[in-house]
Design a protein around this ligand. Structure first.
Ligand SMILES: [Zn+2]
Length: 159
């Protein structure tokens, strides 16, 4: 689906007219009509309002152009339901809801996270050893841990 179809579907599912939607996100009915005709795409500020109104991520509104991956644990964010939220209720599309809850990061220690992943990921085909070495290779490549290293060098993460 692309943006015009996504907006049309979300609006009609909510039983809103183009006028209703226009009023909620402070644009004209013509603007809504242009989005749904595919002539224009909402600007960044309006996307934020739509995201909040419909409770879907901006990535979903844009027709899912990006493959979102949690930048802390590496989990693919295939569904808006597992994306983390900021304190104000908006989505933080960089993290899953387990690593980033209500504006707070869950993990300060990579080894803690690896232990959690080991518990959740071990299976017949994936031994504890394999999970551990997989996570040790994956995690340092993710944004959160890259940034964590920089910050901890500055003593910012010291307790
Ligand atoms: Zn995560």
């Amino acid at each position: 689906m692309n943006t015009k179809e996504v907006i049309y579907e979300l609006r009609t599912k909510k039983g809103m007219s183009q006028d209703d939607l226009a009023e909620r996100v402070f644009v004209t009915r013509q603007a809504v009509s242009r989005w749904e005709n595919g002539e224009t795409v909402p600007n960044t500020e309006t996307l934020k309002l739509l995201s909040k109104l419909f409770d879907v991520s901006i990535n979903t509104l844009l027709g899912s152009p990006r493959k979102l991956i949690c930048q802390c644990c590496g989990m693919p964010l295939k569904d808006d339901a597992i994306i983390g939220h900021n304190h104000d209720g908006t989505f933080n599309e960089d993290y899953c809801k387990w690593c980033y809850a209500d504006g707070t990061y869950t993990y300060n220690d990579m080894n803690d996270l690896i232990e959690v992943c080991v518990k959740n990921m071990v299976s017949e085909n994936f031994t504890e050893e394999q999970v551990r070495s997989y996570m040790k290779g994956l995690l340092p490549k993710l944004d959160y841990w890259k940034r964590y290293d920089e910050l901890s060098d500055n003593g910012q993460f010291e307790k």
